[in-house]
Write a protein that binds this ligand. Structure first.
Ligand code: AMP
Length: 179
């Protein structure tokens, strides 16, 4: 469950207020109550009944506390918080060369996963280099409060995010608790 994907879907269907569209394009975070509400509703769906993996949420301490409250209300436990570690220069290359096929939603990378010739490509406004740099600064502020939060709970799993999709996927699966 990705809050970024949900916000982009709301934008495409015209359901995201203009002020939030502008905030996202500039690389800023949207307000906590907006994403908390999205996660609350989405994780009630049947496909989340046995558990779920969140991507891009929580990003702030109030979001982390809201997630704890939501899980407690549903008698669910958080089993792990995965921090993917990648040097900034590689993150910038990954984001600035990332393209999405508008018709299929498939994500490509001009260097690492070239798109087919007939793809109808879109470049995210927040994947422009100056915006990516500002997103990284926001990320650093946010991790400085979130990493200790999950570390103190003994839930933090740090994973090397440099490598192929298959390699990084395998490393993530290896740190997640089994069934
Ligand atoms: P992402 O796809 O995770 O890179 O998110 C894209 C953009 O969506 C972010 O730069 C924020 O503007 C917004 N967003 C996604 N998740 C959150 C969140 N948990 N809290 C605040 N804003 C978010």
């Amino acid at each position: 469950v990705s809050t970024g994907d949900m916000l982009r879907a709301a934008k495409s269907s015209g359901d995201l207020p203009e002020a939030l569209v502008t905030q996202m394009a500039a690389g800023g975070l949207v307000p906590d109550d907006v994403v908390i509400q999205l996660i609350d509703a989405r994780t009630l769906a049947e496909d989340c009944s046995k558990g779920f993996l969140l991507d891009g949420f929580p990003r702030t301490r109030p979001q982390a506390e809201a997630l704890d409250a939501l899980l407690a209300k549903r008698s669910m436990n958080l089993t792990a918080a995965v921090a993917l570690v990648v040097p900034n220069e590689l993150l910038i290359e990954r984001a600035t060369l990332r393209r999405t096929d508008k018709r299929t939603g498939q994500i490509y990378h001009l260097k690492y996963k070239p798109p087919p010739h007939d793809a109808d490509l879109e470049h995210r406004a927040d994947d422009q280099e100056d915006v990516v740099r500002s997103r990284l600064q926001t990320y650093e502020r946010m991790t400085s409060e979130l990493l200790p939060y999950y570390e103190a709970k003994g839930l933090l799993k740090t994973v090397d995010g440099v490598g192929s999709v298959d390699e990084v996927s395998a490393r993530i699966l290896a740190v997640l608790p089994g069934e």
